[in-house]
Write a protein that binds this ligand. Structure first.
Ligand code: AMP
Ligand code: MG
Length: 392
């Protein structure tokens, strides 16, 4: 059986990075992946400007005049200043450009103005309160690289250099279906023998949270005909196919055989808990990932295994998960597989949900991190353990 790290390696290595590109307004680019490096054409800020409301002057001149100088101009933000007349000060406001000839700003709280003469606190430092041109970004600098994700702060950074439109990868279309004769859709009364389909909603949410487009093929009956047919349809409609359920060894599990028939199966079974039965293959040259059916397994295997593959396919450069360390508030004996416990992180300590059954989806909602328990690792209270924020 593949280890989790071997499975991730194999998945990521087989991902074909996106090539389809579109231009988008920066304002609509949240969560998208940049398709090209971004080079700044200007300095930010474009000129020296004042960090304070106060007075701008030449420090050497002020020192030579006992820090008492006449007022010669007023500079508000958004105006272009004139050169500072020698041996004078300018009234200046936050964000306004420093006039040529000045090198220092005194806060208004450290100055007194009387009859057009300004007295400055002599304890002031030269060059104080000036935000120099280019302190944030310099013209010619690559500020963001292809393959990086645009978050709110990147939207702001792009705007700060005057960029209104960016080239990003088109979002992947992920075809999804759930399998199981027991499943019915929420909103309909439950009959004996039935359960509501929760994986459909979880998968739609997970795919959207990655900025991708779910193509929902609904629920598929437990039969080889229905499974064969949905796989072909999914390969036509999506760039990538993800299913939930029907991938185990029971007589009513048709997914694995259908993939073998329609394409190829690259691996099946990963040493992860929850979620051992996990299929990866190709159907009509479209990658296929068959997740297990249990709702908590779907959550764990999607985040740990499917997500890196999807992100690599979408063109994201940095996909390695960033683990943290925290002190366990719980004890747990080691297992024969790598375990991902649904947990809650607070003040450097981590507590797990009491019921870690693969059927208990509430475990995933209770907290915000996984604790990774290595194969065979027993955890004692107070141990430092590996923690992975869901990132969702
Ligand atoms: P399976 O892998 O198809 O054997 O499913 C494993 C377990 O997960 C069974 O108890 C199923 O009833 C349950 N299950 C499968 N698919 C779903 C789904 N879409 N929503 C909720 N539970 C499911
Ligand atoms: Mg089933």
């Amino acid at each position: 059986m593949l280890s989790v790290s071997e499975a991730i390696k194999q998945l990521v290595a087989s991902a074909k990075p996106a090539t389809a590109i579109e231009s988008l307004s920066v304002l609509d680019s949240l969560g998208r992946i940049l398709a090209a490096d971004i080079c700044a054409a200007i300095d930010v800020p474009p000129a020296d400007n004042s960090a304070m409301d106060g007075y701008a002057f030449c420090y050497a001149e002020a020192a030579a005049n006992q820090f008492k100088l006449p007022l010669s101009q007023r500079i508000a933000a958004g105006t272009a200043p004139e050169s500072l007349a020698p041996n004078t000060v300018a009234r200046i406001f936050t964000g306004a450009e420093i006039p040529p000839g000045a090198d220092t700003v005194a806060m208004q709280e450290n100055c007194t103005e009387k009859n057009g003469i300004v007295e400055i606190d002599a304890a002031l430092k030269a060059q104080g309160n000036v935000r120099p041109r280019g302190q944030d970004i310099q013209a010619g600098q690559i500020i963001l690289t292809a393959g990086s994700k645009i978050r709110a702060q990147e939207m702001g950074l792009l705007s700060s250099i005057g960029i209104a439109v960016v080239e990003v990868f088109k979002p992947l279309r992920v075809a999804i279906f759930s399998t199981g004769d027991e499943l019915i859709e929420p909103g309909i009364p439950l009959n004996p023998g039935q359960i509501y389909n929760s994986n459909r909603a979880t998968l739609i949410g997970l795919i959207r949270s990655l900025g991708m487009v779910p193509v929902d093929l609904g629920t598929v009956a437990d039969s080889s005909e229905a499974t064969d047919a949905v796989l072909i349809k999914a390969a036509e409609m999506g760039d990538i196919i993800i299913s939930a359920g029907g991938v185990s060894v029971g007589e009513e599990d048709y997914v694995k055989d259908a993939v073998v028939k329609a394409g190829e199966l690259n691996f099946w079974k990963v040493a992860i808990k929850p979620g051992k039965p996990l299929a990866f293959g190709q159907v009509n040259n479209k990658p296929f990932i068959g997740l297990p059916g249990n709702p908590a397994s779907v959550f764990v295997t999607f985040v740990i295994l499917a997500r890196p593959f999807l992100l690599a396919s979408q063109g994201l450069a940095e996909i390695a998960p960033r683990f943290l360390k925290a002190r366990a508030q719980f004890a747990k004996t080691g297992e024969g597989r790598e375990v991902y416990l649904r947990a809650r992180l607070q003040d450097g300590t981590v507590e797990i949900y009491p019921n870690q059954s693969s059927g208990v989806l509430a475990s995933a909602c209770w907290g915000d991190v996984f604790v990774r328990q290595a194969k065979g690792q027993s955890i004692e209270v107070g141990d430092l353990v590996d923690v992975l924020p869901y990132g969702l």
